[in-house]
Design a protein around this ligand. Structure first.
Ligand code: CO
Length: 497
């Protein structure tokens, strides 16, 4: 069909531009010399502007409107058109003045945050963040929403997510997880001192590459490099980049950032290249993306079968450091559950309290029930309540994350959603793949990867997150899968009755 072909061609051109931007961004975080920063920012801004113009172009809008009514499209084609039309109408809601004001406020807010964090002084950040919150409320009005203004922002990161559903999930977190963590805290604790000995950087790197190869991350369609914050980016399903960071006295950092980003990378490599530039060639949502990284990182990579497969190899790299550490001690040491102040250092169980606090704050900021100036107190009070810890300075409390300074309000919940989806998917993978644990124990990750490819990766955006979950597991997202996973695993590790 001619109209569909010209739509496909237009989207392909927009994708060319966006993936080119991704190359520039990847280079900026990995190899770009310091002096290149200013012109690079200019280049990125110019190309972003052109990309935006192309995606709100009038011809494209008319084409989408006609295609949207067409009866000649097959299922996949209509799904592509439906998603593209939604994106198009969404982009059209932004006025140039608003985009410019938001971009200016964001860069001011980010600079203020850096300074505020350095000096651990929330007052430096507060006036700029107040402006940001005001703009975000305007944005919600501009985009439109049902029931709660926060829903408009959530929808940008996790289409379909809303306060009503998240309230139910986080109520479960509060009611079930708080008590469980208290039980763990009362039990005998395991040591992870071995992880903080000296570990040669090159050897760590090589072990990380071994792990990626074992996961079947395709090095002919990707590569790994070093960056300050590990990330995954894609230029097409045939060129997907992951990064990691290697710290000499912290073995954990490299291992689980490698596996985590590897999981993101496998998802991107598994998207259908035939749908390049189209919604069916893209990931469903941030939450589903995060489910893929966390399934590998936690459900697989922090499990006993995984280390039955890999611990000898790790000891081979580091005989001195690990010769007197048994597999059991290693497994218990890497699975400590302990309330802490910093989100990115949290274990897989207490992690969700960090998200819960941020979720409650964002919701309250958006409906006006809390003001920016009161955030440090709100923060500390809730950390005390859920985690039993309190920050002595703002840099370790309310100022720790970059997200709000970037205007990313509505992003945090996707992290918890990712873990909960991961637990639910992994439960069904274990049920449907014969002998999955035994395969993993032997280092054979292919049955799991093939299952993920077939059930999740190859569909791109054909399903919404909610529909995908139903398609894979027969029901909507349910916290009980995560709770059961955590209870089973940590009751054994901590010898709980
Ligand atoms: Co991630």
């Amino acid at each position: 069909m001619k109209k569909y072909d010209s739509y496909k061609a237009k989207l392909s051109k927009i994708a060319d531009l966006e993936y080119t931007l991704a190359v520039l961004g990847w280079d900026q975080e990995t190899y770009m010399p310091e002096k290149g920063a200013d012109f690079r920012a200019q280049q990125i801004s110019t190309l972003s502007g052109i990309g935006h113009e192309m995606s709100v172009e009038k011809d494209l809008g008319e084409l989408l409107k006609k295609l949207h009514k067409s009866k000649e499209l097959d299922k996949k084609q209509s799904r592509n058109v439906e998603e593209s039309y939604k994106d198009y109408k969404q982009s059209k809601k932004y006025t140039t003045e608003f985009v410019e004001l938001l971009s200016k406020t964001t860069s001011e807010c980010f600079q203020a945050w850096q300074k505020a964090k350095q000096q651990s002084d929330f007052k430096i950040f507060a006036p700029h963040f107040t402006k940001m919150v005001k703009l975000k409320r305007q944005e919600a009005e501009m985009l439109g929403y049902k029931k709660h203004p926060y829903n408009a922002l959530l929808d940008q990161y996790e289409p379909g997510a809303n306060v009503a559903d998240l309230d139910i999930l986080f109520k479960d977190v509060r009611e079930q997880l708080v008590g469980f963590v208290k039980k763990i805290a009362a039990a005998k604790q395991n040591s992870d001192a071995f992880a903080h000995k000296h570990y040669d950087k090159d050897k760590q790197w090589n072990f990380g590459i071994d792990l990626l190869k074992q996961m079947h991350y395709d090095f002919e369609a990707g590569r790994q490099d070093i960056s300050i914050h590990p990330f995954t980016t894609s230029f097409s399903p045939l060129d997907v980049r992951v990064t990691t960071k290697v710290i000499e006295n912290n073995l954990k950092s490299m291992i689980w950032s490698c596996i985590h980003e590897g999981g993101h990378g496998l998802y991107e490599q598994g998207l259908p290249a035939s749908q390049y530039g189209l919604p069916l060639g893209e990931a469903v949502s941030l939450g589903i993306h995060e489910s893929q990284s966390r399934l590998w990182e936690n459900n697989v990579g922090r499990g006993l079968p995984y280390w039955k497969a890999n611990y000898k190899k790790l000891q081979g790299y580091f005989p001195e450091q690990l010769k007197s550490v048994t597999l059991d001690q290693f497994y218990k040491g890497i699975n400590q559950v302990k309330p802490s102040l910093i989100r990115i250092e949290a274990d897989e169980v207490t992690y969700h309290f960090h998200i819960l606090v941020r979720y409650e704050i964002e919701k309250a900021l958006m409906d006006g029930s809390v003001e920016v100036k009161d955030l440090p107190a709100f923060w500390n009070e809730h950390y005390k309540k859920y985690l039993g810890v309190s920050a002595t300075k703002d840099s370790e409390g309310v100022l720790q994350d970059i997200h709000w300074s970037h205007g990313s309000i509505g992003y945090f919940p996707t992290y918890s959603l990712g873990s909960f989806y991961a637990a639910q998917f992994f439960y069904f993978a274990s049920k449907e793949i014969k002998g999955l644990q035994q395969h993993i124990e032997k280092g054979n990750m292919l049955p799991l990867l093939n299952w993920l490819r077939e059930k999740i990766h190859k569909h791109g955006k054909f399903y919404s997150a909610a529909d995908l979950c139903k398609h894979v597991t027969g029901e909507k997202l349910n916290f009980k899968y995560f709770m059961n996973y955590a209870t089973d695993k940590y009751s054994v590790i901590y010898n709980l009755k």
